[in-house]
Design a protein. Sequence first.
Length: 59
Amino acid sequence: MKRDSMKCPKCGAEMNCHAEKPVDPLSAKEAAAAAQGALVEEIHLCPRCGFTESRRLIA
Ligand SMILES: [Zn+2]
């Protein structure tokens, strides 16, 4: 599955996803995804300014 790239909110550069970690589900939909190991939080790092951003994702 191809994932969308993420733009840095500070400088607009394309960010690199450098980590994923499991997160606790907050909804029934997320719980269903988590049961299959498909609910993660991605950590994105900007190669230009070093800003980090995270987002929850159902893979
Ligand atoms: Zn940046």
